[in-house]
Design a protein. Structure first.
Lengths: 322, 287
């Protein structure tokens, strides 16, 4: 079985995760202090570094899995939460929540962001069903433009209410604000991820097209909307807690499926691990590049992701299967 | 038994199926023939609940295909359309395993694996089982789809132009395989075919359509008549009996009794009398 890939990846990620706990602004706690930590050191680990690590792993895994599911149910490699308006709709939702309720809890923001993310993605899927050439990069262009329109609306509203400075927090993902007590809603993505895994085969089947799905006894539209909800919840929760991490949901599943094929059930675990590992690596670079200051993870991931995205487009333009 | 009752369907304003009523026998191989736009594919899609018709009902045994759950029907009837374009990079064996989805819902039992292996054997796909679909030729891909349909192991199998993309050898072995599935396994098979000679040689029953209506149906012997074919295809097709096989010579109008054979070298074999007469005619014409 191919599970061997998964175990190796999990092992590497585990070691990397552990070592990453030794990095942080409090230079008194380094890698050497992890074996074992003293009470003071443990305090720093428990309130800051472990929450940050968990947030990194869950955000990376869930955005990548969201991209994987989205690419399969739309049968298009260039669809992902950040290229289909999902993230922008979630940001708009957070803005609305912040405007409506002055002292908004994370949970209320999250619920509203989930609703707007679902609505925004549904509009995108409706557009997609009206596009003639559903394969290839036309879909990605439409998604990026649509996301641009949503972002423009968000910025306009924020200007009116003098809230532009907040937008950066949600659109530029960063783990620097993650502390114990301020990230726990992120655990929802684990639950949603399990639901995604249980539906993995159904997502693969509807990715074969409506007539194949119907033939195999599935209600195409129903599975499509279940996928849509799974993806939107994952993306919205991450945006609320961490902020947007551009291209993550696009490049990680693309690279993994390039190696292992598109059977969602087979590639989902490795996609999750690879996504978590990629974000961890980006975050470590962000934390060490200009130490003791930090670069937001979105900056690093966006830079690398953009280059890989261009490579994927060039590759598909050369006639490789899209 | 498949019973089609009073089906009418339109695309925009164009009537594609016009009050079609039909009963298809169990355990037999039925071919639907007709010109492009006659409504064959639409009829097949309506029977297999891929298209909801404007009016009318279809029953598979006791199941109304529009109201019975998609799931219940998927264990009774399998359908393959002609324009399949799976963009996912799936391996052949993965695809065929999805044929077991109506039973296993993705958790394959040992019996499921046996059925999958049989289907791969049947279509000679074992050497290609781990290849991705996008690495296959059109014909190999078509065979992979058919293997998935066979793995679905349904009593009824509906295929829209299954010979699409297949070369002569694979077309003939595909038809032989489908014939065997009807004879040995008692499957009810309904095909949309373009080649009337494949329909004639392999079917028990032929349904001929034109302009959204069933013009005529019957055994190959009944359908493969010059007058009948003219009515269906609006073509003058000479029908030749070859040891009980009824063959339509459709490549040239009315051949081989047209005015002249195609230009070229004189024939040296074949029936002496007629060939010589025709040669004489040709030389006379050249002179």
């Amino acid at each position: 079985m191919r599970a061997v890939h998964v175990w190796i990846a999990a092992g590497v990620l585990l070691v990397g995760s552990y070592l990453s706990l030794g990095i942080g602004a409090a230079s008194s706690v380094g890698v050497a202090d992890l074996f074992p930590p003293t009470a003071d050191e443990w305090h720093i680990l428990a309130t800051s570094r472990i929450p940050r690590l968990m947030a990194i792993l869950m955000a990376g895994a869930s955005l990548s899995v969201a991209g994987l599911i989205m690419q399969r149910i739309t049968a298009n490699r260039f669809v992902s939460p950040s290229t289909s308006g999902t993230v922008e709709a979630a940001v708009l939702g957070i803005l609305i929540a912040t405007m409506l309720f002055s002292s908004t809890s994370l949970v209320v923001k999250m619920l509203i962001a989930i609703v707007t993310a679902i609505a925004g993605t549904m509009v995108f899927l409706q557009m997609l069903q009206r596009i003639q050439h559903r394969e290839g990069i036309v879909v990605a262009l439409v998604g990026l433009m649509y996301g641009g329109v949503l972002a423009a609306i968000t910025t306009f509203v924020a200007y009116q209410r003098d809230m532009v400075q907040y937008l950066d927090i949600w659109t530029t993902g960063s783990f620097s604000g993650i502390l114990e007590g301020r990230y726990e809603p992120l655990y929802i993505v684990l639950l949603v991820g399990v639901i995604g895994y249980l539906f993995a085969d159904r997502f693969t089947v509807i990715g074969m097209g409506e007539s194949f799905a119907t033939n195999l006894g599935l209600n195409y539209q129903r599975i499509l909307y279940i996928g849509l909800v799974v993806v939107s919840v994952m993306a919205a929760v991450v945006v609320v807690v961490v902020g947007a991490i551009p291209f993550l949901g696009l490049i990680v599943p693309n690279v993994v499926t390039l190696l292992l094929g598109d059977n969602v059930k087979k590639v989902l675990p490795l996609t999750a691990l690879a996504g978590a590992g990629f974000v961890l690596a980006c975050d470590v670079v962000g934390r060490t590049a200009i130490y003791p200051y930090e670069l937001p993870v979105a900056t690093i991931a966006g830079g690398i992701g953009g280059v890989v995205f261009i490579w994927l487009i060039m590759r598909s333009a050369k006639g490789a299967s899209v | 038994m498949i019973s089609v009752r009073d089906i009418t369907h339109r695309y925009d304003k164009q009537v594609v199926l016009d009050e079609v009523g039909l009963t298809l026998p169990v355990g037999q191989l039925t071919s639907i023939v007709g010109a492009n736009g006659a409504g064959k594919s639409t009829l097949l899609s309506v029977i297999s609940r891929l298209i909801k018709p404007e009016r009318g009902t279809v029953f598979i045994d006791d199941l109304d295909v529009q109201t019975a759950g998609a799931d219940a029907i998927s264990r009774r009837l399998a359908v393959l359309r002609q324009d399949n374009r799976i963009t996912a990079r799936l391996s052949v064996v993965d695809l065929v395993r999805f044929g077991r989805f109506p039973y296993s819902k993705g958790r394959l039992t040992p019996e499921d694996h046996v059925v999958v292996d049989e289907a791969l054997d049947y279509l000679d796909l074992q050497p290609l089982r781990d290849r991705y679909l996008d690495q296959l030729s059109g014909g190999q891909r078509q065979r992979a789809y058919i293997a998935m349909i066979l793995a679905q192991d349904t009593d009824y199998i509906l295929l829209d132009e299954p010979l699409n993309n297949l070369d002569m050898k694979h077309s003939s072995s595909m038809m032989t395989l489908l014939r065997r599935a009807a004879d040995d396994l008692g499957k009810t098979i309904v095909l949309v075919l373009h080649d009337i000679n494949f329909a004639s040689c392999f079917s028990d029953h032929i349904v001929a359509m034109r302009d959204g209506k069933v013009v005529v149906q019957g055994t190959p012997a009944e359908i493969m008549q010059r007058e009948t074919l003219r009515e269906v295809f609006d073509m003058d097709i000479h029908v030749q009996d070859l040891n009980g096989m009824r063959l339509g010579i459709f490549w040239t109008t009315g051949a081989p009794v047209g005015p002249l054979p195609l230009a070229g070298q004189p024939e040296t074999d074949g029936s002496p009398g007629q060939a010589q007469d025709e040669q004489a005619a040709e030389f006379a014409w050249r002179a």
